[in-house]
Design a protein around this ligand. Sequence first.
Ligand code: MF3
Ligand code: CO
Length: 256
Amino acid sequence: MILLKTKEEIELIRDSARLLGKTLAEVGRHIQPGVTTAFLDNLGEQFIRDNGGIPLCKGYEGFPAAFCISVNDVVVHGIPSDNFFIKEGDNVSLDCVIEYNGYVSDSAYTFTCGETSSEMQRLLKVTKEALYIGLEKCKAGNRIGDIGHAVQQHCEKNGYSIVRELCGHGVGFKMHESPNVPNYGVPGTGSLLKEGMVIAVEPMVCMGSKNVVFSREDGWTCRTKDGKPAAHFEHTVAIGANGPDILTTFDFIEQQ
Ligand code: MF3
Ligand code: CO
């Protein structure tokens, strides 16, 4: 069942989303050559708790950390580690879900460490554009397939591929609610979007082929099969009568 949110509830999700936007910026500004992913996770968890939030990934189905930190060919669900050192040129996706005053928001951003290749920059640019192109479809009267189709078209037109195994989702009261929000699809198909729905749209885009493998060791880490880089951007958005109301924000990241 797709739960609709009232205007008041959407404002409370926006408060949660604002703290999440600040959190991603705070962690992002510490990305430098030589830092470990566990260092970033710890400082981010502290920031969330100091500001009255709860990091929901920690303990979710056994996930051990507050953030998924996914570098280069890791698409999503990278587990922060004391032994993983970030290096110049890496792409570093931070994905985090928080609860604040009982309301849940989910957002991800792929940063780069220092100077990176023009190919990597183009992947990140196109993936972020695909997110916003998908978000434009988040208005009452459209369908879930309209979002996925728009995301897919933009990525494939640019020579990239879309991961099929994972998708976006409803969010707001819990981390994962109905409906699923695939990053591919057929226009005019899937659940009807209604005012008051809140969803997470999160394209996971590969520079090479769309095939991914999940780590047998930890059960989480999702990598591209061909070892080429991937990118991931995510916003929590409320479906409005006339268009999207994007609740999470990259402003704190992009202003710094
Ligand atoms: N933000 C992710 C999502 O979009 C994280 C879920 S995996 C977790 O669903 F286990 F780490 F929480
Ligand atoms: Co999500």
